[in-house]
Design a protein around this ligand. Sequence first.
Ligand code: 13P
Ligand code: SF4
Length: 299
Amino acid sequence: MSLAEEILKLKKERKAVILAHNYQRGEVQDIADYCGDSFGLSQKAVEVDAEVIVFCGVDFMAESAAILNPDKIVLNPKPEAGCPMSAMITPLQLQLFKKEHPDAAVVCYVNSSAAVKAESDVCCTSSNSIKIVNALEQDEVLHVPDYNLAMYTQRFTKKKIYPWNGFCPTHHQITAGDILISKMDHPGAEVIVHPECRQEVIDLADGVYSTDGMLKYAKTTTKDLVIGTEVGIIHRLKKENPGKNFYPVSNYVVCPNMKMNTLETIRDSLRDMKTEIRIPETIRTGAKKALDRMLEIGR
Ligand code: 13P
Ligand code: SF4
């Protein structure tokens, strides 16, 4: 039996679904029941009718699924796959930041720990940060942990945003020079980038989208696209748009953590029912409030 057949058999026996982020390896995306961005995956995690969710992404994504679904078993095949950005703010640092700005609302990017979410008023993703910030009553907002997403959001709101200084090491590597070179290499193509990119990169782009936003945009444009985000998304872009060309802004835009899952890790996870994600109940209820509020506003 092939690995893929083993996974399909185990999936049926366990009444499981496989959710995968758009940056996962191509073979992992292909075996998944649903691929998406952070927001789409959170929505799916709530909707799916399954006893077990196998979450292929990085730690905060599987954690969010577990926070939202206390009655389902959430398995993370590779729990050591973390997001360095989410480790750039601790709950204690956020508590101190809140003391400095007592009147501000706290918007926390889902790329954060459950304990940081529990200290926040509402979560956001790259697809709904602007909508979430503008929906809040407060005129001041602490936006953590991604500096670039906070500053991109600031462009579309009159509210005063206080950013944290976290960043995504993968997106931070993309420079304005990379964009200028891509434009010269592919003169007829449009450049689209992720809001985790540096501000000078965003300034040079034709469009700024979450990963699902990029997939949607690719279907509407007749142009070829230069892609300023993690290269894993190009698998789906090519699959869904066979007539178009997609060029990574650079081949080094790789998130090593997103590449840790393989068909083997998924098979082992379903076979051995590991590793189940459990969040302490006191943290889970606080974090769920912030995620539920995002799901309500951010649709
Ligand atoms: P998306 O929500 O746009 O898929 O982004 C997730 C992420 O980790 C980007 O680095
Ligand atoms: Fe975290 Fe960046 Fe990897 Fe996304 S691409 S999971 S933000 S390190």
